[in-house]
Design a protein around this ligand. Structure first.
Ligand code: PMP
Length: 361
């Protein structure tokens, strides 16, 4: 089999031209006499890679010049742990709106160091809807309001930025960053692991508004201090150079394809194709998420007969459609259709789903 259509939730499919380019320039990176993996992060070649990646990301996401852009290790989960230490005074609470698995993990990451106020939680309804903002129980003196813009496992996505109360809004955009424009005037911090929409695993992104960066927060090691990372240009220690380089290639590819507005259009088309195949299947395939908050990136669904799922996955793989197994927390099937998934891949999946239903329905 050549390259399949890969619906994995993350690490996820990378754009084919990026894989090709990385392969071509791997042994001797632009005449350096060594691969990009082997160059010092402080040498001129890599400094250039890093600066170019940051410039491209700033232009791609229209990040205001005064915001810090950090390339960090530790994944999105580490950022979830660090936000309390960096942005809340000791004893100060923060508000969390939980709309699925990752929102709950974000709470767990800070519970040991701060009083957490879960302002809303959709667990009672099975994580299939977003409680209206009018029902959120916000605290008076919250350090920030944290939410998950797209829940990767449950397939629940905010259709637009939630209203922030007095506290700065911190959004986990791990699984939908770069799929629509972001309004930084309404966000205190945006973070994301790269391994879905921006590049490989092993590197994550944090964009932080200057007033948040200036907060004193709680006693912490320099390694846990965003300000220290910002001052050091994300090179407080050895950064994941290859991952940074690869993410940079993805940023260039996204710009060349037409940028975030184009990916927003593509995402809308791909998601509509897949959800209409599910909804039009006469109950053979089921997605229970409220239509207004269905994710454009991660589409979880179930077969009416659970016993058919292994056969579905096996036959899909044989047809060149891989990575469709649902997360272990939820089971079922999940198709992740990030920026690197072409519409042709979604069409191939929809066609396969139709044929499978004809065979077993
Ligand atoms: N938040 C969201 C929305 C995610 O999808 C994930 C990973 N699937 C995480 C956080 C955790 O990311 P990481 O594995 O990079 O720590």
């Amino acid at each position: 089999m050549g390259r399949a259509y890969n619906f994995s939730a993350g690490p996820a499919a990378l754009p084919e031209p990026v894989i090709q380019q990385a392969r071509e320039e791997l042994p001797d990176w632009r005449g350096a006499g060594a691969s990009v993996l082997e160059l010092s992060h402080r040498g001129p070649e890599f400094m250039d890679v890093a600066a170019q990646a940051e410039a491209d990301l700033r232009s791609l996401l229209a990040i205001p010049a005064d915001h810090a852009v950090l390339f960090l290790t530790g994944g999105a989960t580490t950022q979830q742990a660090l936000i309390a230490l960096n942005f809340a005074d000791q004893g100060q609470p923060a508000d969390y709106v939980v709309t699925g698995h990752w929102g709950r993990i974000a709470v767990e990451q800070v519970e040991p160091v701060m009083p957490v106020n879960v302002a809303a939680d959709n667990a009672a309804d099975g994580c299939v809807d977003i409680p209206p903002a009018s029902q959120w129980r916000l605290s008076e003196n919250a350090a920030y309001l944290h939410y998950t813009d797209n829940e990767t496992i449950h397939g629940v996505e905010f259709p637009e930025l939630p209203p922030a109360g007095g506290a700065p809004l911190i959004g986990d955009f791990s699984s939908n960053i770069g799929s629509r424009p972001l309004d930084f005037s309404r966000l205190g911090m945006v973070y994301a692991g790269a391994q879905k929409n921006l590049g490989p695993s092993g590197i994550s992104l944090a964009v932080i508004r200057p007033d948040l960066l200036e907060r004193s927060g709680q006693p912490r090691a320099p390694m846990f201090d965003y300000r220290a990372h910002a001052r050091a240009g994300s090179m407080l220690n050895t950064p994941p150079t290859f991952n940074w380089y690869l993410a940079g290639l993805v940023f260039k590819w996204m710009l060349a394809e037409g940028g975030v507005a184009e990916f927003e259009r593509r995402s809308a088309r791909k998601a509509a194709l897949l959800y209409s195949a599910i909804d039009g299947s006469g109950g053979f395939y089921v997605n229970r998420v409220a239509p207004a908050v269905r994710s454009r990136m991660n589409v979880p669904f179930f077969l009416h007969d659970k016993a058919l799922e292994p056969r579905f996955l096996e036959q899909a793989a044989a047809a060149g459609l891989i990575g469709l197994k649902g997360h272990r927390a939820l089971g079922g099937i999940r198709a992740s259709i990030y920026n690197a998934m072409p519409e042709a891949g979604v069409r191939a999946l929809v066609e396969f789903m139709g044929a499978f239903r004809d065979r077993y329905g």
